[in-house]
Design a protein around this ligand. Structure first.
Ligand SMILES: *Cc1c(COP(=O)(O)O)cnc(C)c1O
Length: 474
């Protein structure tokens, strides 16, 4: 007898009813339901000896999602940089679990590996990256940065005559990693995971975080020809600022350094004539990382790494055992070209959404978000009690509440209190950051559903809650 009843088909119908409820929620539904935390079951429930059955278990989970889940896939969620899910990507992702392919090896999923080849080719075309570059789909931009920086580490070792993936780093000097103040925390995390060390970063930054090019040049010159890594940011998370990629590529060329570019969401600037200049020069990099679950609007988790030198990935990531296939670039075994061995067919959702909406569909989405960001900036400029803190080159608007009658020394506490209120209020969702020493809001616009009314609600909610906080006191 089978250990479990075979009720998969009935369960899909049950789940589909809940999916419809999640997807057709009214627009004024709270982004953060009141029961977001209070509706969760106790964390110390014991494992049941006898199960309640799949129908009951799935119903319980569905109800809990409806009651408690933050609507981070919806149009009014602006915290961090969290994208939604396009209809095509959602449907493809459901098929991904249903077919349950292991795309670590060509032999276990020719369709999975082949779809990844296609998806990566289309992404390189979308971003204007050379088609000869290697690519691999990762779980996100952190792992994409990891792949790029692992490639840099291998190159750096070879410059010192050492295969660091075989022999390790011991006995070698520290690897110099040069960056502006825009460097994302996930690149620092990757440097730690790679044994390069979190503190190996040599920051060359001006007060606003932008790169101090003269300082970086002097540092490179002081290395006396020794190899180094430049880790550039195409789109940082507080205001959407960009390092000057072309200038950094010039420096890398002049001093023979490796240029890695983190374009988790900023790489999508390449999609519009209006913003393409921000990523000019990215095709001169040695490695580039980006995210799928942000601006591409595919479900978690998905990112992509591109590396100029296809021969580097196999020696870093190959997973060898008598029963496993090797590195084959024609029929790729992606488990040998990236950090994960067995892996989900994330390429299905990437392929489906690009096939469904094409280059022009994504261009329209990006340009709509650019327009919405400028609209929000205009609204902020027009409100006497709001202050725009940075230019808006892309899709993030950095601002704070700053009425005339509140002293500078009190603004941080006031804005922190407003940000906390915004989250519990739940009509829109975004958090605070510290920008140039000031507590600020930084809504990021990346969801394909977001429209003007959602953006206007940001301003309305901040003004209302600021009033309330000032009446009660922070
Ligand atoms: C989000 C982000 C990352 C990390 O991406 P994950 O998808 O969370 O792994 C890296 N760099 C930048 C600039 C980001 O915005």
């Amino acid at each position: 007898m089978q250990p479990f009843p075979d009720d998969s088909v009935e369960l899909l119908e049950l789940v589909s009813r809940y999916q419809q409820k999640l997807l057709t929620a009214p627009p004024d539904q709270l982004v953060r339901p009141e029961a977001t935390e209070s509706g969760l079951p106790p964390g110390d429930l014991a494992l049941p000896e006898d199960g309640i059955g799949a129908d009951s278990a799935v119903t319980e989970l569905s109800e809990r999602l409806l009651d408690t889940a933050i609507r981070s896939a919806g149009p009014r969620f602006f915290h961090f940089v969290i994208g939604g899910v396009t209809p095509a990507a959602l449907a493809a992702d459901m098929l991904t679990s249903t077919a349950d392919q292991n795309t670590g090896m060509w032999v276990s999923s020719p369709i999975g590996a082949h779809t990844e080849v296609l998806a990566l080719r289309w992404l390189r075309e979308l971003f204007g990256l050379p088609v000869e570059w290697a690519g691999v789909i990762t779980s996100g931009a952190t792992m994409a940065n990891f792949v790029g920086l692992a490639s840099a580490r291998r190159w750096w070792g070879a410059e010192h005559g050492v295969d660091v993936d075989v022999e390790g780093l011991s006995g070698l000097p520290r690897i110099p990693v040069l960056a502006s103040g825009h460097l994302h925390s996930s690149a620092v995390k990757s440097l730690g995971m790679l044994g390069i060390g979190r503190s190996s970063v040599r920051f060359h930054r001006n007060d606003d975080g932008s790169v101090d090019l003269a300082g970086m040049r002097a540092d490179l010159a002081s290395l006396g020809g020794a190899p180094a890594i430049i880790s550039a940011s195409a789109g940082e998370v507080n205001a959407g600022a960009f390092d000057p990629i072309e200038e950094l590529a010039d420096l890398a060329e002049e001093f023979g350094a490796w240029l890695h570019v983190d374009g988790a969401f900023g790489l999508f600037a390449a999609l519009s004539e209006r913003t393409r200049h921000l990523v000019a020069g990215v095709e001169r990099a040695n490695s580039v990382g980006s995210d799928g679950h942000k601006w591409l609007n595919v479900p978690y988790d998905c990112g992509f790494a591109f590396v100029r030198h296809p021969e580097l990935l196999g020696p870093i990531f190959s997973n060898t055992a008598a029963y496993l296939p090797g590195v084959d670039l024609e029929r790729p075994n992606y488990g040998n070209l990236g950090p994960e061995s067995s892996r989900r067919a994330r390429a299905f959702a990437v392929w489906a959404t690009l096939a469904a909406y094409g280059r022009s569909g994504y261009r329209r989405m990006v340009e709509r978000h650019l327009d919405l960001a400028q609209h929000l900036a205009e609204r902020v400029r027009a409100e006497p009690s709001l202050e725009l803190l940075a230019d808006v080159p892309l899709n993030i608007v950095c601002f704070r509440y700053h009425p005339d009658d509140v002293a500078e020394a009190e603004l941080d506490a006031l804005n922190t209190a407003i940000a906390a209120e915004v989250i519990t209020d739940g009509r829109v969702h975004f958090g605070s950051t510290t920008y140039r020493g000031m507590v600020a809001f930084r809504p990021a616009i990346v969801n394909w559903r977001t429209g003007t009314a959602d953006i206007d609600l940001i301003v309305q909610v901040v003004l209302e809650l600021a009033q309330r906080v000032r009446e009660v006191g922070p």
